[in-house]
Ligand binder design. Sequence first.
Ligand code: FMN
Length: 194
Amino acid sequence: MPEPSNEKPATTALAGRRILLGVSGSIAAYKAAPLTRLLVKASAEVQVILTEAATAFVTPLTLGTLSKKPVLTGFLRDAAAGEWHNHVELGLWADALLIAPASANTIGQLANGLCPNLLCAVYLSARCPVFLAPAMDLDMFAHPAVTQNLARLRSFGNHIFDSPSGELASGLIGHGRMLEPEDIVDELVHFFEK
Ligand SMILES: Cc1cc2nc3c(=O)[nH]c(=O)nc-3n(C[C@H](O)[C@H](O)[C@H](O)COP(=O)(O)O)c2cc1C
């Protein structure tokens, strides 16, 4: 029988921080699982919000289990009972809103103040720092529409993580990859250490 692990959660600047993790519909959404795990290991409290497109790439069950909280995917909790998820309260609850991966579609919606889903509504309601980790194929990432949308989000004071160059899911090589989960967590730790 293996010995039970005595591993203690790491104490970092993320300890006790309330992180809203928005996951949108990129192939990189599978990396939301190790990202959630690392945030929880850093003793952050994590509430995951998935877009509908993201649920095709990573399941609420996986992220709900890792975050130890039910995942939110839509405005309504129980339509028949008239129960809904309060995006204003969620926006006020968070110490940081991290959108990783951020798809071209979600980036465009946020940059233009559109509100088609819970994640966008929370973004518009949030008073906390916002971090986005774009993830898309290199031609999408290089498109002026995406570049302009990211510049617009930066002008709102949002933090946009670099997209490292490397091999993409399409087999093409270039920028567009999501920053690795370990590096995202390091960036957040540095932010909260300041
Ligand atoms: C297999 C597959 C992979 C995709 N990967 C990406 C991606 O990496 N980045 C991206 O911006 N869109 C990607 N898309 C397109 C998005 O899923 C699509 O634009 C979707 O509407 C995004 O919705 P959301 O922003 O609400 O999550 C992909 C679509 C498919 C079918």
